[in-house]
Design a protein around this ligand. Structure first.
Ligand SMILES: CC(=O)SCCNC(=O)CCNC(=O)[C@H](O)C(C)(C)COP(=O)(O)OP(=O)(O)OC[C@H]1O[C@@H](n2cnc3c(N)ncnc32)[C@H](O)[C@@H]1OP(=O)(O)O
Ligand SMILES: O=C([O-])CC(=O)C(=O)O
Length: 451
């Protein structure tokens, strides 16, 4: 857009007017009982619905009192850690857990086989879609490319206006199946047209899981190790679902409730997920850690690292947003179970890849950040490392490019979005529409020449 004009000073001036008229006195939120971010003061979300898809535990009751505890995540009644132990070392889990989340029960061997075949059959794009859509206007922002591809796919679907539930489900399954292609090919377009690297488009192979195909399509020589594919598969399972209230899933439910189509719903969910306070945090964590390595002379010096973290929270370092990325969560208190699983991989991978020094720095940040945030902010439930803290480090050790970190989150989370879209469609027929209290004063119109 830059070539179309650079207004600089003019927009700065317009922004001052905008800010003057948009600013709402903070005390009014309290006065009108408005829950900022739809959250109670203690961080608990305002109850907006009922769901049977997953559950997040962050507190337990002890002597009749609610106390913070290590986090647990349940998919359709099963603890996510038990699910991972169930398939680990035996088969890839993505397809099995996707079936569970979408249909509400674990598949037997025959049902799993049939579902895998269905995904395989759907794993194709319309003729010349890669050339005509994905390769056009390549961008470093692969989430943007992914969103554009999803919206364009709608034009190729003649069932778009069909309101039947099975059609919506079919569209969801098709999108789940092609997301890895859309993301990886989007990356190749960027890598070729913007980074001037070689272009190669590998087709997915039959009989391979989502994780294996992702690595095969990504690598020039299609090669990957068993360990890499298994770690990526578990990462996908861990990212699949997180309740109805997370920003992108709530977006899914809001847009679904207006009667919009599957493609538009998923495009909206993608747009939410890419935000740096949500799924986009995994890219930010890696960039923040790079910045830290450049500014902290001695990575082993606790005081120096703490000082950098304080600068982050004081908006003096990195992107000056006041955040330590990868830390904190809207629901979890003492720990995020997914971060605990990621940490166990990181430890093993870091040793194998000779990146122990990086791992030690990540561990130090994980220990110090809650202390620093607690010193400078109001903490009610504790702050701990979230799923995004170690995931990027894991992906970097799998040689996955930074640009694909959030798209990988989306490749997994579209399963949760689909389950929530179907739950909303099956149960609700009411548009989601909360209220905003207006504080706008009425004014008499002033003619242009009198202003
Ligand atoms: C997949 C995911 O979406 S996981 C989250 C990924 N996001 C990130 O890693 C970005 C960094 N983290 C954050 O921005 C926040 O922790 C969020 C958005 C995830 C949750 O925010 P909240 O629900 O407001 O968290 P919580 O209620 O525990 O916050 C309490 C206070 O600590 C602050 N805080 C929380 N996390 C952080 C952080 N990482 N860095 C600095 N301050 C923080 C909040 O701003 C708030 O301060 P305030 O009341 O003075 O404004
Ligand atoms: O639940 C949330 O607010 C954020 C989220 O999606 C996750 O942690 O996976």
């Amino acid at each position: 857009m830059n070539q179309y004009g650079d207004f600089g000073k003019e927009t700065e001036e317009l922004m001052t007017i905008c800010e003057r008229n948009d600013r709402i006195p903070p005390e009014l939120f309290k006065e009108f009982g408005v829950k900022r971010g739809l959250r109670d003061v203690d961080g608990t979300g305002v109850l907006a619905g009922i769901s049977n898809i997953s559950r997040i535990d962050a507190f337990k009751t002890e002597d009749g009192k609610k106390v913070p505890c290590d986090g647990q995540l349940w998919y359709r009644g099963y603890n996510v850690i038990d699910l991972i132990h169930g398939f680990e070392g035996k088969r890839f889990g993505f397809e099995e857990v996707a079936y569970l989340l979408l249909f509400g029960e674990l598949p037997d061997a025959a049902k799993l086989g049939a579902f895998k075949s269905m995904l395989e059959e759907c794993r194709q794009l319309p003729t010349n879609f890669t050339r005509d859509v994905i390769m056009k206007a390549p961008s470093k922002d692969i989430m943007n490319s992914l969103t554009r591809s999803v919206l364009t796919l709608a034009s190729y679907d003649e069932t778009i206006a069909d309101q039947e539930l099975h059609t919506q489900l079919e569209q969801c399954i098709k999108l789940i199946s092609v997301f890895p292609m859309l993301a990886v090919y989007g990356y190749h377009a960027y890598n070729h047209y913007i980074c001037d690297d070689s272009l190669y488009i590998h087709r997915p192979q039959e009989g391979l899981s989502a994780a294996e195909n992702l690595l095969l399509m990504l690598r020039p020589d299609k090669a990957y190790t068993e360990l890499e594919a298994r770690v990526l598969d578990i990462a996908l399972v861990l990212h699949m679902e997180h309740g109805g209230g997370n920003n992108s899933t709530f977006t899914t439910r809001v847009v679904t409730s207006s009667g919009s189509d599957t493609y538009s719903v998923m495009a909206a969910a993608l747009s939410s997920l890419k935000g740096p306070k949500h799924g986009g945090a995994n890219i930010k964590v890696v960039e923040m850690m790079d910045d830290m390595r450049n500014h902290v002379k001695d990575w082993g010096d606790r005081d120096e690292v703490k000082n950098y973290l304080e600068q982050l929270v004081d908006k003096q370092a990195f992107d000056r947003k006041g955040l330590i990325y990868g830390m904190g969560h809207a629901v979890y208190s003492l720990s995020d179970p997914r971060a605990r699983v990621f940490k166990s991989f990181v430890e093993r991978l870091a040793v194998a890849k000779g990146r122990e020094k990086d791992f030690a720095l990540y561990s130090m940040v994980e220990n110090l950040a809650p202390e620093v945030i607690a010193e400078k902010r109001h903490i009610y439930k504790g702050v701990s490392a979230n799923v995004d803290f170690y995931s990027g480090f894991v992906y970097s050790m799998l040689d996955i490019p930074l640009e694909l970190y959030t798209p990988i989150f989306a490749i997994a989370r579209i399963v949760g979005w689909s389950a929530h879209r179907m739950e909303e469609l099956v149960n609700m027929d009411k548009i989601i529409r909360p209220a905003y209290r207006s504080i706008m004063p009425e004014k008499a119109y002033v003619p242009l020449e009198e202003r």
